[in-house]
Design a protein around this ligand. Structure first.
Ligand code: ADP
Ligand code: ZN
Length: 760
């Protein structure tokens, strides 16, 4: 018989002999960029005082004791059962995580199957990580009495240059700044300091203050009955002091934002903080103004903040000096000391999903955080994701309906223009059909403004030889290149590869290669040609590259300098322009046929959201949707503003096919530069997954490997594997088990995507 396990059964005896069985302080450390799990280290006596859970530490790693930085995630006093290495240094002066956030990161690592360290790195902004542990900084200056004696000083040339730079500087400089300015090493600076010609002082770096926006605080609006009912549900949850998720399904313009604001007022009244997540694209000055006009202490976090500014905001939030945090998805990690409420506006938006590691959905993270901190989570949308809607229908979450617009304004009339019949009698070969052109003329003549949506940037969608059919493709991506007018170049929308457009077909040498399909640039040219009296403005990823350009463009439109706004889906989101009386959708079919089970949902959302941009003022509004499929259920429902009909038609299909929200999904994508090697790895991985699939419940499936819809991107071949099943935990176990056993070969990278949104 085998030896009994002594540690389990022989409790009177120590498991093994330990020479110095004294208690020690042991820190558990997570090291990012290492696949290994947490490691234990002892904390030397002189560091015990300075170390807290959530601080970073420097530790020796591996046989060679390489220095590595990790996060201390637990501290405990115990007798170490074996010899542990000791921590070298504590990096941060104070913890970077509250216990609740630390626990949340642990959940994310488990749920999204990614290394804990990677999550920790993602939660604390880079600016904060860089500054948090910084010691006092040295500043140099030249005292006035010494500067006055400049003529008497005999200095070596480099010293003289450094001295003069510093004397001329209006503010003290750090040694590094001075060396850069004077283009010298530290040696002449050190010499000046030794001679006492340059004085130094140390102080903490004061983070730059941005001017505090002083806005008059406005009074709350009188709520209508729908708003009142929605607010009462939220207040009930707040007062119960328990977590509840409340889905506010309210049509565009129903006054959802006012409801959030009044709920937040309640929270702030208790001295607690609220976090409001909005899609990055909605972080406009308009949104900012709206919150600032109601709350004094607002922090707005968007992706254009500098590291220093972000750090400053983070510190203010952590210090409890901010009442309301408004931001894009990563604001879900804002270090509010006493969280009272989380709101996610436009919760259906895909920008709440992070598509790089750690791949997470801010809605699910918010749900976990709100649960842990015992506070309500409010989700708002005119077109809730079917995931959120199904939860509310199953009464896991509470559903609140706001079916009417403010002042009972009508929703705009939506009509489809059938491109199949239009094509026959269209005078020009343009993108704008005759009915749409007529509607535009009328709207503009009456002083209204027009929005045109075309969800494709560039000029053409592909460049093709009419003689042999050859299509110009990206050499790295196997995707058709798009013609862009500014540089007369062919551009890849995935990797930014660019080349001049050929005049002759590279394949058959035919002269007269053509541009097919329509992008926003071609639409802009057509609009300018047909409506020369009116100013048009194009908004897409090409024209909106500089920070602030988006806000500036919207301001011009709001002030009426521009009458026609055209662009990609970025114009469809959350904007409120009372003077827009017509919205035209150039081609509703673009999203409809993507190889993605959410294609119909995306189409419905896009049409409904863009339609919601009109009829917000007293003038009313209408929407024309050009399509080759006017009978498509998503369009039929969108025309009637009928979310419930859309959901009622789509949910049974999802159920039948075993897709979310009725099942969970994990998508694995193996990518690598060699097709055969990548395919072989994906095949091996599927075999391992199938060996483990005994753990899966009946009905679960493992599909693939198959070339991904985007089969080659940025020079890498892509193979996808998909797991579907009702038990999320079982799917995760199977994936964790299989991926722990098979490591990808060199150059092959495996992406694990839990609850994927991107199916391409
Ligand atoms: P949603 O977020 O549902 O699209 P908003 O909150 O943006 O709707 O409201 C639409 C418009 O109606 C805004 O201009 C807002 O100021 C206004 N509004 C909201 N609630 C009221 C109210 N109770 N009384 C008057 N105007 C309101
Ligand atoms: Zn490319």
């Amino acid at each position: 018989m085998a030896q009994p396990q002594r540690t389990l059964f022989d409790t009177d005896e120590p498991a093994w002999e330990v020479d110095d069985a004294t208690e020690q302080c042991v820190a558990t450390v997570v090291i990012p960029q290492r696949p290994i799990g947490p490691l234990d280290y002892t904390v030397p006596a002189e560091l015990v005082e300075r170390l807290a859970v959530g601080c970073r530490v420097r530790v020796p790693l591996g046989r060679g004791n390489r220095a590595a930085t990790g996060y201390c995630v637990a501290l405990e006093h115990r007798t170490a059962e074996r010899r542990l290495k000791a921590i070298d240094e504590v990096v941060d002066a104070r913890s970077l995580f509250s216990p609740a956030i630390l626990e949340l990161t642990r959940w994310m690592a488990d749920y999204y199957l990614c290394p804990w360290g990677q999550v920790l790195d993602a939660v604390v902004p880079a600016g904060v990580r860089a500054e948090a542990g910084r010691r006092l900084t040295t500043f140099l200056h030249v005292p006035e009495e010494i500067a006055a004696r400049r003529g008497e000083l005999k200095l070596a040339r480099k010293q003289a240059v450094a001295f003069d730079h510093l004397a001329a500087s209006r503010q003290p400089l750090t040694p590094v700044e001075l060396a850069t300015a004077a283009d010298c090493t530290q040696a002449p600076i050190t010499a000046l300091r030794r001679k006492g010609l340059v004085r130094s002082e140390t102080r903490r770096v004061a983070l730059e203050e941005s001017p505090a926006a002083t806005t008059e605080i406005e009074a709350p609006l009188e709520l209508n009955p729908d708003q009142r009912a929605a607010l009462d549900h939220i207040l009930a949850a707040l007062n119960a002091g328990e977590h509840e998720t409340i889905l506010v399904h309210g049509v565009t313009g129903s006054g959802k934002t006012e409801v959030y604001i009044q709920a937040i007022q309640e929270v702030v009244g208790f001295g607690r903080q609220a976090i409001v997540l909005v899609p990055e694209i909605s972080l406009t000055p308009q949104t900012e103004r709206r919150f600032r006009s109601r709350f004094g202490k607002v922090a707005v976090l968007h992706s254009h903040l500098s590291d220093v500014e972000r750090h400053r905001q983070w510190q203010k939030i952590a210090a409890g000096e901010v009442a309301v945090v408004v931001g894009a998805r990563s604001a879900v990690f804002a270090p509010t000391p006493q969280l009272g409420l989380i709101v996610i506006d436009e919760e259906h938006e895909s920008s709440f999903r992070q598509e790089s590691a750690p791949r997470y959905h801010a809605r699910e993270v918010a749900r976990q955080r709100a649960r842990r901190e015992g506070v309500p989570l409010v989700l708002g949308s005119a077109t809730p994701s079917l995931e959120s809607y199904a939860r509310a229908q199953a009464q896991d979450d509470r559903l609140v309906e706001m079916p009417r617009r403010i002042y009972d304004r009508p929703l705009p009339a939506v009509v489809t223009v059938d491109l199949r019949t239009e094509r026959h009698d269209r005078a020009s070969r343009g993108a704008i059909s005759r009915p749409l052109a007529t509607a535009m003329e009328t709207a503009l003549r009456e002083g209204g403004q027009v929005i045109l949506l075309l969800n494709r940037r560039g000029f053409s969608t592909h460049i093709q030889c009419p003689a042999c059919g050859f299509v110009l493709e990206c050499p790295h991506c196997e995707i058709a290149l798009t013609f862009h007018r500014q540089h007369r170049s062919a551009l890849c929308h995935y990797c930014d590869y660019e080349q001049p457009t050929p005049h002759r077909c590279p394949e058959c040498d035919y002269e007269g290669i053509e541009h097919f399909g329509r992008g926003t640039q071609r639409l802009e040219a057509e609009v300018q040609a047909r409506f020369p009296k009116y100013a048009a403005l194009r908004m897409d990823a090409d024209t909106m590259q500089r920070p602030g350009s988006h806000a500036a463009a919207l301001d011009r439109f709001r002030h009426g300098e521009v009458q026609i706004l055209l662009g990609t889906q970025m114009i469809a989101k959350g904007l409120d322009f009372p003077n827009v009386t017509l919205v035209g959708v150039i081609n509703a079919d673009v999203a409809m046929h993507l190889p993605d089970f959410r294609a119909a949902e995306r189409t419905f959302q896009l049409i409904t959201q863009v339609a919601g941009r009109t009829g917000r003022g007293e003038k009313g509004g209408r929407v024309l949707v050009q399509t080759g499929h006017p009978d498509h259920p998503a369009l039929v429902a969108a025309v009637r503003h009928d979310y419930l009909a859309f959901a009622a038609g789509e949910l049974p299909l999802r159920k039948k096919l075993g897709y979310p929200p009725f099942a969970h999904m994990i998508r694995l994508v193996a990518r690598g530069p060699l097709e055969a090697v990548t395919a072989a790895f994906a095949a091996e991985l599927v075999n391992r997954l199938k060996e483990e699939d005994g753990r899966l419940a009946a009905g679960a499936r493992i599909v693939g490997p198959a070339p991904a819809p985007l089969a080659k991107l940025r020079g890498e071949y892509r193979f996808a594997i998909q797991l579907q099943g009702v038990e999320a935990a079982a799917l995760r176990e199977v994936v964790a088990g299989a991926t722990a056993e098979v490591a990808p070969p060199d150059d092959v990278h495996l992406v694990v995507d839990v609850d994927p949104l991107d199916m391409l």
